[in-house]
Design a protein around this ligand. Structure first.
Ligand SMILES: [Zn+2]
Length: 261
């Protein structure tokens, strides 16, 4: 496997974003396996396909590629805001691949975010483009990468090293238990998961999660029984093996490595 972009491909393009798009897409088509089913490669779709860049011909999953130089950072530019929100609620929302490359066009990190980690909370509305812009009034979006729980960021390449296919598909099959179609239910489980992730210790108490009651009630103002909802979500996370109950209001996070072994 090569980690270098083929710079020759970009010679006919003037804009940097086009050059990166051409090189990064070809690199994925040549080097990346399907993280969902382990199929050895992803096929590039025609350039005019809206937001979908690749398909796995074995499991039919669609992938969108976003590339960033040097740092992935906290947000990634998305497409039109209304399209992004529409996508989240549809069954055809693509999976996301986030590729980070160096200034000299070498791939350093590649992260796979399953489509069911997208909630409206992850999509930020950008201000409309100014009257003088070519697409005046157009409203874009950002993907708030930092708001996606760590469990939804499966590393395919870390510092230039590609993860083993079997480990990736095992991780995906475990994470798939978090797939919830209803957007409100999805938001709840991911919000509570984010709260648990932000607790510093692996063992925690119910009262630790209750510290987030105000934060959660701001996100879900229509829900007047936040603590009951939190307990319900903890049960869901236990049933899906993301945490275990130790009794007497104590819980423990289940690490990825334990699930994979
Ligand atoms: Zn596949």
């Amino acid at each position: 496997m090569s980690l270098s972009f083929d710079i020759e491909l970009a010679t006919h393009y003037k804009s940097n974003s086009q050059r990166v798009r051409v090189m990064s897409e070809q690199w994925v088509a040549d080097n990346v396996y399907c993280p969902c089913c382990g199929n050895s490669h992803l096929r590039k779709l025609k350039n005019n396909t809206p937001v979908s860049d690749f398909v796995c011909e074995k499991c039919q999953k669609i992938f969108e590629l976003k590339s960033k130089c040097q740092h992935i950072g906290t947000k990634i530019a998305g497409s039109a805001y209304s399209k992004m929100i529409e996508r989240i609620t549809s069954a055809t929302n693509p999976e996301l691949l986030v590729l980070q490359y160096s200034k000299d066009y070498n791939v350093q990190n590649l992260v796979f975010v399953p489509s069911f980690f997208f909630t409206p909370d992850v999509i930020e509305r950008r201000p409309p483009l100014s009257k003088t812009a070519r697409r005046a009034g157009w409203i874009g979006s950002n993907i708030l990468y930092k708001n996606i729980p760590q469990q939804g960021k499966i590393s395919l390449i870390t510092d230039g090293l590609m993860a083993n296919i079997d480990n990736t598909t095992k991780a995906y099959n475990h994470i798939k238990k978090l797939h919830v179609s209803n957007i409100d239910s999805r938001s709840w489980i991911l919000d509570v998961l984010n709260c648990i992730n932000s607790l510093r210790t692996d063992d925690f108490y119910l009262s630790d999660v209750y510290q987030y009651t105000n934060y959660l009630s701001q996100k879900h103002p229509q829900n007047l029984h936040i603590e009951a909802k939190v307990r319900q979500q903890l049960q869901v996370l236990r049933d899906k093996r993301f945490i275990v109950f130790l009794g007497n209001g104590r819980y423990r996070k289940v690490s990825h490595s334990l699930i994979l072994s």
